[in-house]
Write a protein that binds this ligand. Structure first.
Ligand code: ATP
Ligand code: MG
Length: 226
């Protein structure tokens, strides 16, 4: 479903990804590990169509994802709804006046009925225990609260693929346990998960496959857990 062929990416002269080859099947749960600075977040930005390969090719469900294809608004909308992405830093993702509006924003862009938008917003606030914060501005929340809001925002769009960059960072134990059990049920529902984490416990619990990125920014090592 997701295929990267010889993908390279450079920030100006700084090469962050070199010859990445990766295939992810529908319904697979993939964990990506690797040292700081090896290009994990860059890879994730690329998978989400925020940046594009400097060289090589990225296809999603057979469609090439590049600057040109995402200029087609209809295609871009479809693609961004398929692929749910939670930033490593939640501050980059929150911009609405209240938590409620923030969570409702994605579904309201999807052409759903008003009732459906309200229902999804409620369900996602409930899932993360955000009801008490619903009227608060997201940028005044604590770090962990912001993370919960950004997760709720993505899940409210019911994505096909969920891409998470260090999902447990900054969350309390109860929220971590809730998130892990949610991710399991998401995976069991046949959806695709791509998770970046340094947390071995999370990797072992969720991964069908683990890939290790090396500092040379290459997918040289790849091994299967299950
Ligand atoms: N905006 C940028 N401009 C220039 N170089 C960048 C930029 N963002 C990242 N880099 C560089 O690209 C490389 C990969 O960065 P990236 O953020 O993808 O690493 P990472 O594997 O996610 O690291 P971490 O584990 O610390 O989150 C690093 O060498 C980094 O310095
Ligand atoms: Mg990173």
């Amino acid at each position: 479903m997701i295929e990267l062929e010889n993908v390279c990416y450079a920030y100006g002269k700084e090469i962050a990804l070199r010859n990445v080859n990766l295939k992810v099947s529908k319904g697979e749960s993939l964990v990506i590990k690797g040292p700081n600075g090896c290009g994990k977040s860059t890879l994730i930005k690329l998978l989400n169509g925020i940046i594009f390969p400097t060289m090589g090719k990225y296809t999603y469900k057979g469609h090439e994802i590049n600057e040109k294809s995402l200029k087609d608004n209809k295609f871009a909308k479809w693609f961004h709804q398929q692929m749910g992405y939670v930033f490593q830093n939640a501050d980059n993702q929150l911009f609405c006046a209240s938590v409620e509006e923030e969570i409702a924003f994605g579904p309201s862009q999807m052409g759903l009925s008003q009732e459906e938008v309200i229902q999804r917003t409620k369900d996602c606030m409930n899932l993360f225990g955000l009801e008490k914060l619903s009227k608060r501005p997201p940028y005044h929340l604590s770090g962990g609260e912001k993370r919960k809001v950004s997760l709720a925002c993505i899940l409210s769009m019911n994505p096909e693929v969920l891409v998470l960059d260090e999902p447990l960072a900054g969350l309390d134990e109860k929220t971590q346990a809730m998130l892990i059990s949610f991710l399991k049920s998401f995976h069991n529902a046949g959806k695709t998960l791509i998770i970046i984490t340094h947390n071995n416990e999370l990797a072992n619990e969720l991964a069908d496959r683990i890939v290790i990125m090396k500092e040379s920014h290459d997918f040289n090592t790849e091994f299967s857990l299950k």
